[in-house]
Design a protein around this ligand. Structure first.
Ligand SMILES: Nc1ncnc2c1ncn2[C@@H]1O[C@H](COP(=O)(O)OP(=O)(O)OC[C@H]2O[C@@H]([n+]3cccc(C(=O)O)c3)[C@H](O)[C@@H]2O)[C@@H](O)[C@H]1O
Ligand SMILES: Nc1ncnc2c1ncn2[C@@H]1O[C@H](COP(=O)(O)OP(=O)(O)OP(=O)(O)O)[C@@H](O)[C@H]1O
Ligand SMILES: [Mg+2]
Length: 289
């Protein structure tokens, strides 16, 4: 039984990861016939690292940033997002989404400001809509910023920040993304900024989840990468049974977020079940093996 620690998670070859991801982005964008990518810049580690990788892959003239604050966005995040766009030399738009958000609140009958999740999730869904407006207009793809930890525990808004075309850092855990950021030359203050979706005042990811990403990542490494069962993961990581169970429960309960909508079978070949266009004729197959 291997002993699994955070060190095992963090000690990967970041030069390889950066090269592999930038090769993927370039291949994907070339095959798609688009002219580049748009990305939402939050000033957090995930969007900052993804923006660096996009520019490495596509060149700064082919990447467009969108800074889309609401009143729950702290000023230092806006400052950091602008700093990233300016350091990378990409074109960016700054659009305060308060009016759009408030128009939803006015238009929806019995709008419940007190329901933090339902109202909070409007923000990523409004941002997704604006990102696709620019993607359509500029003939670009929407680059998502979800990392492997968030994707596996379903810590994202379905069709909000989850509504994207590619997920360049989707195979890297949150803790790995931080060190990839360091490798790429990101400021420590951004690379190691505590994660927060900023959907409501005072929200932090670890506060809401009730578990640290350092623990999430070690547990997921055991359960997913090593395919361990719960008992094996407890023994290998030394983490409490309740914590391992809680993380696994999140993975199971959010599977619907990682799938296309389910189509019930009525015919010989049902979309998503037994018919999917093979992608092995494109350059992309190399990145999915
Ligand atoms: N079994 C099932 N099969 C098919 N669909 C199912 C389903 N269960 C729920 N659903 C659908 O999914 C909806 C719930 O999912 P969703 O709308 O996403 O809502 P939910 O998962 O409750 O909320 C999103 C969570 O992600 C966090 N978040 C959001 C954005 C960014 C970040 C970040 O890390 O930056 C984190 C946020 O703080 C919150 O905890 C339900 O209303 C229902 O429509
Ligand atoms: N104010 C914002 N302006 C533009 N895009 C945003 C804003 N807030 C969130 N987003 C988009 O939504 C994504 C998801 O938010 P999330 O908080 O998970 O990522 P992050 O801030 O980059 O990193 P972390 O998860 O560590 O906080 C961001 O990466 C970004 O693309
Ligand atoms: Mg964030």
């Amino acid at each position: 039984m291997p002993r699994i620690t955070l060190d095992n998670v963090i000690r990967i070859d970041y030069e390889y990861a950066a090269r592999r991801i930038t090769d993927f982005i370039r291949t994907y964008v070339n095959d798609s016939g688009t002219t580049g990518a748009v990305i939402g810049l939050s000033g957090g580690v995930d969007s900052s690292v993804t923006a660096y990788l996009l520019v490495r892959a596509l060149g700064r003239d082919n990447v467009v940033g969108l800074i889309l604050p609401y009143k729950t966005t702290p000023p230092e995040d806006i400052r950091d997002a602008k700093y990233i766009a300016e350091t990378l030399g990409i074109k960016y738009y700054y659009i305060d989404i308060s009016n759009v958000r408030n128009a939803f609140a006015e238009a929806i009958p019995e709008f419940d400001e007190g329901n933090k999740v339902a109202t909070g999730n409007l923000l990523p869904r409004i941002r997704m809509t604006i990102l696709y407006y620019f993607a359509n207009k500029l003939n670009k793809v929407v680059a998502g910023t979800g990392d492997k930890s968030e994707l596996l525990i379903g810590y994202f808004t379905k069709y909000g920040d989850g509504g994207v075309d590619i997920l360049p850092i989707g195979d890297l855990y949150k803790t790995q993304v931080r060190y990839l950021g360091k490798y790429l030359g990101l400021l420590d203050s951004i690379a190691f900024k505590p994660s927060s979706p900023r959907l409501w005042d005072g929200q932090t990811a670890e506060g809401e989840l009730g578990v640290k990403y350092e623990d999430v990542d070690v547990i997921l490494h055991a359960l997913v990468d090593y395919r361990m069962n719960i008992e094996q993961a407890v023994e290998a990581t030394g983490k409490p049974l309740e914590l391992v169970q809680a993380v696994w429960r999140r993975v199971i309960n959010t599977e619907h977020k990682r799938r296309s909508p389910v189509v019930p079978r009525v015919s010989m070949r049902t979309l998503g079940l037994d018919w999917r266009m093979p992608i092995n004729r494109t350059g992309l197959s190399e990145f999915m093996e």
